[in-house]
Design a protein around this ligand. Structure first.
Ligand SMILES: Nc1ncnc2c1ncn2[C@@H]1O[C@H](COP(=O)(O)OP(=O)(O)O)[C@@H](O)[C@H]1O
Ligand SMILES: [Mg+2]
Length: 388
């Protein structure tokens, strides 16, 4: 009852504010507030039905709206063209809505680090030693790929002994990185499974070596070993469910098994997983793998349910619709951040500048070719003899 009354009061408050703007369509329709979400003291999101009122009409009145509600306007999103629903996010304190990679990366002090983003109070950075595995989630268009690329670039820029394997089956977005000798772009499920089996072997070899030396975990300079990063954009392509008769089934199963094992055991050996995905459910990532991804960046999610699956709360559903805006979860702490913006041009320039740094040393990457079998029997599948 009380909650209902509070909501009613809020609806009235924002309806009054909109009425003040004197907005009316040609047919006399006035904007109607149909929902108010107030997640915390800072932010309110209102959903307005405004049949027949175009974007520019609203834009011309935003200053008046700000004055009449006493809050700042964070974002205005127009959707559903016919019914003209408009979502307006209002807040008392605003975060910057664009921050550049170049202006933030200087804040990183330790090796194997990157910039998470700028919060209300400071620039948040993170490093692989403190948080070994990560998840970046968000609805399409929210800035997931940019966040993924800037994270990987940050790691490359701040570290010396590092190898990066980027899984990009669409082969469009991540090719830039392959100009570096210590980066390999993995292009299909088969290659992914071979690589991951190689990485599991490398993990076991490292643990054996640590045991002999009575060490507990990697120290790249002391051990003269690289940290190995497995970065998977749109990871549901590899980890999602697939039918048994799909030609990719076998490779995907093998890849999943390896990733599961790596997520549980690899951290102290200097092997790290970074996943980007649109949503988190059993169809996109195995629960056991999910549990081991402690650092979580959730860009805006389009349902409460999707936000809860990533963060255990609804915070990323209530984010304003600003590309690069996200909730960073580390352990039990949640911080709203604006992630660094990185253009493709800047990424390419920065990768070019890194070439020298990594060419200096010899880089031995993990192999993904199958061992060549001499005089093997012709493969009946390939020669088409086998008919089922
Ligand atoms: N941190 C950011 N700051 C400002 N704009 C951003 C940021 N990240 C992404 N964008 C903008 O949003 C667009 C979509 O980003 P992208 O990373 O491709 O989204 P997703 O992978 O989630 O679909 C980019 O082309 C860019 O213009
Ligand atoms: Mg993307």
């Amino acid at each position: 009852m009380i909650a209902g009354l509070a909501t009613y009061k809020l609806l009235r408050k924002y309806q009054k504010a909109l009425d003040h703007l004197d907005l009316k369509s040609g047919l006399g329709h006035k904007p109607l507030v149909i929902n108010v979400d107030s997640r915390d003291e800072n932010r309110t999101r209102i959903l307005v039905k405004s049949t027949g009122l175009g974007e520019d009409r609203y834009k011309s009145k935003l200053d008046d709206l700000r004055a009449s509600v006493g809050q700042k306007i964070e974002s205005v999103t127009y959707f559903n063209k016919d019914n003209r629903f408009v979502e307006i996010s209002l807040a008392h304190k605003l975060l910057e809505n664009k921050v550049n990679y170049a202006d933030l990366i200087g804040n990183v002090k330790k090796p194997f680090s990157f910039v998470v983003g700028k919060s209300q109070n400071n620039v948040i950075t993170e490093n692989l030693e403190d948080v070994p595995h990560y998840l970046i989630a968000g609805s399409t268009g929210g800035g997931k790929s940019v966040a993924f690329k800037s994270l990987l670039l940050g790691l490359l820029e701040t570290s010396k002994r590092i190898q990066l394997y980027i899984f990009d089956f669409k082969q469009v977005e991540m090719n830039e990185f392959s100009v570096l000798p210590n980066v390999q772009v993995i292009k299909d499920e088969h290659e992914a499974s071979l690589l991951l089996e190689g990485v599991v072997k490398e993990m076991n070899k490292r643990y054996k070596m640590f045991e002999e030396r009575k060490e507990k975990k990697i120290s790249p300079d002391r051990d003269k070993l690289s940290r190995i990063i497995i970065g998977i954009d749109e990871c549901s392509d590899l980890l999602g469910k697939v039918k048994k008769n799909d030609p990719k089934f076998e490779s995907m199963e093998r890849a999943k098994r390896c990733l599961n094992e790596l997520s549980r055991k690899a951290r102290a050996s200097g092997i790290h997983l970074i996943f980007a995905t649109q949503k988190v459910d059993v169809n996109s990532i195995d629960t056991q793998i999910q549990e081991n991804l402690e650092g979580r960046l959730s860009l805006r999610m389009n349902t409460i349910e999707n936000s809860v699956r990533v963060l255990q709360n609804s915070m990323s559903y209530y984010l304003p619709s600003i590309a690069g805006r996200a909730i960073w979860k580390k352990g039990a702490s949640y911080t709203e951040v604006q992630c660094p913006f990185l253009s493709d041009d800047e990424l390419n320039q920065r990768l070019d500048a890194l070439k020298e740094k990594f060419y200096e040393e010899e880089v031995t990457m993990i192999k993904t070719e199958k061992e060549v079998v001499k005089d093997a029997e012709p493969d009946p599948w390939v020669s088409g003899e086998k008919v089922n």
